[in-house]
Design a protein around this ligand. Structure first.
Ligand code: C2E
Ligand code: CA
Ligand code: CA
Length: 279
């Protein structure tokens, strides 16, 4: 009995120790992968929900570990934020997305807007604005075609964020609020933020065609946005019914698997050929 009891304890301890070890290993692998460049960007197209024309793309990072394979962002972005590795990774994402934007601009997609996700941890870096400026200059991309997506978690410090958004806009980029509706008190102070777009979280879009409450929330967001002159975009659109309801609610732009999954830059070009880019 003693042995079994001890064994049970050992199993439990080994279980948690393994997790910690796994975590340490993964953190270490993340750092190595950042140095060795085992990342790429996929792009998910955004569409005008009425006309079906392409309005832009969102860059989404992918980690291809040489042994572990593809590791999804949900698994490593939070870890990268905790360990601050997101600072180096985020810088790579910015540079890569801006270079891609430049390439597309040179191929004639001049008004194509590329959205780039930035974490609150990146914004805390005192050098972030200089870094952004440097990357914009270095890649020689026109800043109007760059959109920065910030999530509500970036909003702990209201005044700091307001200042940050203002300074980003002075660089010439546009700013949007990601995952809108999921955080706290956003409705009350979205007015104070000089952002261009709010992005309705896919949690609300998901059941929009069957859930009255989700519809009411989206309606409220669209009304608010129209009142204060913001663009609205819906994410996570998976079926035609959702497009229909979103149109009825006055939401004009969206993205989701119904249109396209995130895909390579090259694949996106096929979309651009098929759906004429806004002139
Ligand atoms: P997000 O910014 O809200 O991005 C939307 C996520 O929803 C993406 O997941 C996208 O692939 C997925 N998605 C798109 N359409 C649909 C749909 O119709 N249905 C469903 N169920 N999902 C859809 P992904 O690429 O796995 O990224 C997850 C999150 O990781 C992102 O959420 C974002 O918060 C973060 N992330 C991704 N790339 C970056 C990056 O470069 N920098 C930072 N800081 N965060 C990133
Ligand atoms: Ca996003
Ligand atoms: Ca989201």
């Amino acid at each position: 009995a003693k042995a079994r009891g001890g064994g049970g304890y050992e199993v439990y301890r080994r279980g948690s120790a393994t997790k910690t070890l796994e975590r340490i290993l993964l953190e270490n692998e993340l750092k190595k992968s950042i140095q060795q460049g085992h990342f790429n960007l996929e792009y998910q197209p955004k569409f005008n929900l009425k006309s079906g024309t392409l309005t832009g793309v969102e860059a989404l990072v992918r980690w291809h570990h040489p042994d572990l394979g593809m590791i999804p962002p949900d698994k490593f972005i939070p870890m990268a934020e905790e360990t601050k590795n997101i600072v180096a990774l985020g810088e790579w994402v910015l540079r890569e997305a801006c270079s891609q934007a430049k390439k597309w601009q040179e191929s004639g997609y001049r008004t194509l807007r590329i959205a780039i996700n930035m974490s609150a941890v990146q914004l805390e870096e005192p050098t972030i604005l200089d870094k952004m400026k440097e990357i914009l200059q270095e890649t020689n991309v026109s800043p109007e075609s760059i959109e920065i997506e910030l999530t509500e978690s970036a909003f702990a410090d209201r005044e700091g964020l307001q200042e940050m958004v203002q300074q980003m806009r002075e660089l010439g980029v546009t700013v949007s609020i990601d995952d809108f509706g999921t955080g706290y008190s956003t409705f009350s102070y979205i007015k104070e933020l000089p952002v261009d777009t709010v992005k309705i979280d896919k949690a609300f879009v998901n059941d929009i065609h069957v859930n009255e409450e989700s519809r009411a929330i989206i309606k409220a967001i669209v009304t608010l946005a129209n009142t204060i002159g913001l663009n609205v975009i819906a994410e996570g659109i998976e079926c035609e019914e959702q497009v229909k309801v979103l149109n009825e609610l006055g939401c004009r732009e969206g993205q989701g698997y119904y249109y396209s999954k995130p895909t390579s830059a090259t694949n996106c070009e096929k979309f651009m050929g098929k759906w004429k880019v806004n002139e």
